[in-house]
Design a protein around this ligand. Structure first.
Ligand code: ADP
Ligand code: MG
Length: 630
């Protein structure tokens, strides 16, 4: 007895769109069905490793397509895992993933109503794409469970579907497609061959095609090339082929920034094929959201998202690892504890880093693109992977106060030290522009000392992890004990005299009292030249980069009291000192001191509430622009 079921509301809508829309690539229905067949074959092969009770153990793992050019039907058969009645209802009647919803939203918002291959693939509405070409589809399936009954699912794609018992005796699934009037062109062996070549050439199982009414040749050859990309000679593969394979793997239609294909025989055998995606952001619509690469053991897919073979900082890579050395009985659960995995991981990681190094050396422009997208990841590597530290250090790039926007290595910075310079200096800022404009750089510029720009949050971890490079300690430009007296070219003497010691002492006492707990102390600067003041981090306080890290982790931290340094050569400081000496301890002086401090915070990009300065600023403008003193 056949039973009728209604489609989930969302599926009905998806189908309605697929049936009635404009499309440019309807041929991809075949890619989707072949990919399902290939998934089913992979899954049964995996079952056979671990499970005794599999129906038709001896059956060849193949995909057969037969075309009835006269009756306009196509049948796609596989000897895969099959489906029970329950599984067929789950698999073809319900969209478990949010794919359907997103597909509908996307269509609703799209300016171009044409449905293209990318869209179908992206939203995981794979099977339903068959209704772009079919007015009736019958799915006959028998599960690999020896005692499961076979089942027939059929639908015209509008109302719902029918389920009936059937008498298929062998394992697998046959999908019979009755082509719609406007899709008869697909009832052609030649046409289907062409489509398979284009979209499914590397499917891991042989695909045979056969015309109904003709004898099936005993010696027939599969029409697809099959050889897994990663098992081929790296030198024989065009980038174009890689790009195609990459997009079929990830549904990312931007070509990868880098292709990394490597193989080894001894002491460990493996094939590895990795791609660096053009961006670390995954398209939110692709099904491949989880990190991880595909792991094959002797051609059998063991794990779709394996994260044990690469350290976390390389999880941005997409691709495949296939090893003949992994025992076939490894399962997803036991992979981690397999000692071979640890060995593979270390060899593969080294290969990846070497390849990055090769690109960095041979093609700095290409490497700059990779760095642009993945600098945070590689810095994370320095922090977490001690074993590969040296290699990772040479992959780091920075812009500096002397690099004019170009990227330089730590090695280059270490080779460019000024006369008498021991430390490597860095400035922490939100971006390159603020770094370049930092008040702290005055003294460094004057003396010709190069300063690293640290503009990423992760730098807060990187600096303490590094500590030093090549024996040169890393020192912040706002460090308390900065002494540049004998470093680099001598700074040009300031034109203006310094405020005399006694008056300056009074001013410092006054400022200290005015600012109270907001500052640790106030002192005369030995390094400032063009700015009147700056904030210095006491050696026992939290660094700017640590602060930034904490803020990013959403930790509430108060601005730590810092040391306010004032420039005794600066006219502004002269004026304040003179006012104080003249006994003018008025509101204007108070506000000036407050603004001096807040200005220094503003310059460091750390003023907690810049808008509170406005009132003081206005009253100062008012005072400064007053025409007559009355
Ligand atoms: P996806 O392949 O992304 O899961 P599809 O719409 O292509 O989405 O397929 C839906 C589900 O139907 C599959 O996940 C699978 O469980 C089942 N299915 C489809 N085709 C087959 C097949 N040939 N053999 C076994 N199961 C299949
Ligand atoms: Mg599918």
């Amino acid at each position: 007895m056949a039973e009728n079921y209604a489609f989930q509301a969302e599926i009905s809508q998806v189908l309605n769109i697929l049936i009635h829309s404009l499309y440019k690539d309807r041929e991809i229905f075949l890619r989707e069905l072949i990919s399902n067949a290939s998934d089913a074959l992979n899954r049964v092969r995996f079952e056979m490793l671990t499970n005794e009770d599999v129906l038709d153990k001896e059956a060849e793992l193949e995909i057969h397509i037969s075309v009835d050019e006269e009756n306009k039907t196509i049948q796609i058969s596989d000897t895969g895992i099959g489906m029970t009645a329950e599984e067929i209802v789950d698999g073809l009647g319900i969209i478990a993933r949010s794919g359907a919803r997103m597909f509908l939203d996307h269509i609703a918002q799209a300016e171009d109503p044409t449905i293209s291959a990318d869209i179908i693939g992206q939203f995981g509405v794979g099977f339903y794409s068959v209704f772009m070409v079919a007015d009736r589809v019958e799915v006959l399936s028998r599960s690999y469970h020896p005692d499961a009954e076979s089942v027939l699912w059929s639908s015209t794609g509008d109302e719902g579907y029918e389920i009936d018992v059937a008498d298929k005796t062998n394992r697998g699934t046959d999908i019979l497609i009755h082509l719609r009037e406007d899709a008869h062109e697909f009832a052609s062996v030649w046409r289907l061959q062409q489509i398979i070549k284009r979209h499914s050439d590397f499917v891991n199982f042989p695909i045979y095609i056969h015309k109904v009414g003709e004898e099936e040749e005993a010696e027939a050859q599969p029409i697809n090339q099959q050889t897994a990309m990663w098992r081929r000679m790296p030198s024989g593969i065009e980038q174009e082929e890689h790009n195609k394979f990459y997009s079929s793997l990830t549904l990312d239609f931007e070509p990868p920034l880098l292709t990394l294909h490597t193989q080894a025989d001894a002491p460990l055998q493996f094939y590895a094929l990795f791609y660096v995606p053009h961006s670390p952001e995954r398209n939110p619509l692709t099904p491949r959201q989880e990190p991880g690469i595909k792991l094959y053991a002797r051609k059998i897919l063991i794990d779709e998202y394996n994260t044990d073979l690469l350290p976390e900082y390389l999880w941005f890579l997409q691709g495949v690892v296939d090893s003949e050395d992994l025992p076939l009985n490894v399962s997803r659960e036991t992979i981690q504890s397999n000692p071979l995995i640890a060995k593979l991981k270390s060899v593969i990681t080294r290969r990846v880093l070497n390849e990055f190094q090769r690109v960095a050396d041979d093609d700095p422009e290409q490497y700059a693109q990779i760095w642009q997208a993945y600098s945070g990841y590689l810095k994370h590597g320095v922090v977490s992977d001690y074993g590969n530290r040296d290699q990772l250090l040479s992959l780091l790039r920075f812009t500096t106060s002397q690099s004019d926007g170009a990227l330089v290595t730590l090695q280059q910075v270490a080779e460019n030290l000024a006369e008498g310079q021991d430390a490597i200096y860095y400035v922490v800022a939100d971006d390159v522009e603020s770094a370049a404009g930092s008040v702290h750089l005055d003294a460094f510029r004057a003396r010709g000392i190069e300063v690293l720009y640290l503009t990423e949050t992760i730098d807060g971890l990187l600096v303490p992890a590094l500590g030093q490079y090549d024996g040169h300690p890393l020192v912040a430009v706002d460090a308390e004990e900065l002494d540049l007296e004998n470093v680099g070219q001598p700074a040009v003497e300031s034109e203006k005299e310094a405020v005399d010691d006694a008056t300056l002492g009074d001013l410092i006492t006054y400022i200290t009292a005015e600012l109270g707990e907001q500052v640790r102390s106030v002192r005369a600067s030995k390094v400032l030249s063009s700015s009147p003041a700056r904030l210095v981090t006491p050696s026992d306080a939290m660094n700017r980069h640590q602060e930034r890290l904490y803020r990013m982790l959403n930790k509430e931290i108060e601005e730590q009291p810092r040391i306010l340094e004032i420039n005794s050569h600066h006219p502004l400081i002269h004026n304040l000192a003179a006012r104080l000496a003249a006994g003018l301890q008025d509101d204007l002086l108070k506000r000036s001191v407050r603004l001096l401090y807040e200005g220094a915070m503003l310059a460091d990009g750390v003023h907690p509430r810049p808008s509170t300065m406005v009132e003081d600023v206005y009253s100062m403008i008012e005072a400064a622009t007053q025409l007559i003193d009355n």
